[in-house]
Design a protein around this ligand. Structure first.
Ligand code: SAH
Ligand code: DHB
Ligand code: MG
Length: 218
C-alpha cells in the first residue's frame, strides 16, 4: 500500500462525500499561491473537525495554529449563529492570509485571529471553550494541552493533530523534538484524570499520521 493509493482514496472520498464548499477550495488555492507550506489538514480531516463540532454542538472554539485558516474555516462553518472561534498564530504573514481567507468565507466576524507565539498570547485568552484544536509547533503540545484544560469546562472536546508522524511516535529513541513533543502530549493526556482520550492513525493525502481525541469528564 502506498502514499499514491492513500492520496487517490482521499481524493475519491473528498470529491464524493466531503463536498468542500467554494470558499474552502478558494482558501486552499490562495494559501498555495501565497507559498504557505501544505501542512493544513486534509479535506477529509477538515470535515471530521466540522462534524465533531456539530455533534458536540460546540459554540466556542479555540484553535492553536492557524496557518492560512483552512482548518479554521471547516471549524467555523460548523458553528451556530452567534458562535465564535479564537485562533492563535505566531506568524503575521500566515495570519494576514488567513484573515483574507476567512473574510472570503464569511467568517470575518466570527473568527478572532490572535497574532503572536501562543504561549505568550494564551494567558490573555478567555474561555471556556467547547472544543480546542491543537495544531501548532509540536514540541509545545503538552503546554498547549495544559492551557486547553485551564480554558475548558466539563465536556470540552480536545483534538491534537499529528501525533503519529509516520509511526515514529512509538519509537522511544526518536529524538526529533516534534516526535518527543507528541509523546509528551500523549503522556499528559493519559496522566490527566479529568480527561478520557483515544488516538487514531490516519493515512491519506498527508501521508501516515494521526490525531488524539479527548473529552473533559462531566
Ligand atoms: N491548523 C492549520 C495548520 C496549522 S500549521 C490547518 O490545518 O489548516 C501550524 C501553524 O502553527 C503554522 O502557521 C505556524 O506558523 C504556527 N505556529 C508555530 N509555532 C507557533 C507558536 N509558538 N504559536 C502560535 N503559532 C505557531
Ligand atoms: C506539520 C505540521 C502540521 O500541523 C501538519 O498537520 C503536518 C506537518 C509540520 O510542521 O511538518
Ligand atoms: Mg497539523
Amino acid at each position: 500500500m502506498s502514499n499514491e493509493t492513500w492520496t487517490a482514496v482521499d481524493r475519491y472520498f473528498s470529491d464524493l462525500v466531503v463536498q468542500a464548499d467554494p470558499a474552502i477550495e478558494a482558501a486552499m488555492e490562495a494559501s498555495e499561491a501565497a507559498g504557505l507550506p501544505a501542512i493544513n489538514v486534509s479535506p477529509c480531516m477538515g470535515k471530521l473537525l466540522n462534524l465533531l463540532t456539530r455533534l458536540h454542538r460546540a459554540r466556542n472554539i479555540l484553535e492553536i495554529g492557524t496557518l492560512g485558516g483552512y482548518s479554521t474555516i471547516w471549524l467555523g462553518r460548523a458553528l451556530p449563529p452567534g458562535g465564535s472561534l479564537v485562533t492563535l498564530e505566531r506568524e503575521p504573514r500566515h495570519a494576514a492570509i488567513a484573515r483574507e481567507n476567512l473574510a472570503r468565507a464569511g467568517l470575518g466576524e466570527t473568527v478572532e485571529i490572535v497574532v503572536g507565539p501562543a504561549l505568550e498570547t494564551l494567558p490573555g485568552v478567555e474561555g471556556p471553550f467547547d472544543l480546542v484544536f491543537i495544531d501548532a509547533d509540536k514540541p509545545a503540545g503538552a503546554d498547549y494541552l495544559a492551557h486547553a484544560l485551564r480554558l475548558a469546562r466539563p465536556g470540552t472536546v480536545i483534538v491534537v493533530d499529528n501525533v503519529v508522524r509516520s509511526g515514529r511516535v512509538a519509537d522511544p529513541d526518536d529524538t526529533d523534538p516534534a516526535v518527543a513533543g507528541s509523546r509528551r502530549v500523549l503522556h499528559a493526556l493519559a496522566a490527566e484524570p479529568r480527561l478520557s482520550a483515544t488516538a487514531l492513525q490516519t493515512v491519506g493525502s498527508k501521508g501516515y499520521d494521526g490525531f488524539a481525541l479527548a473529552v473533559v469528564q462531566e
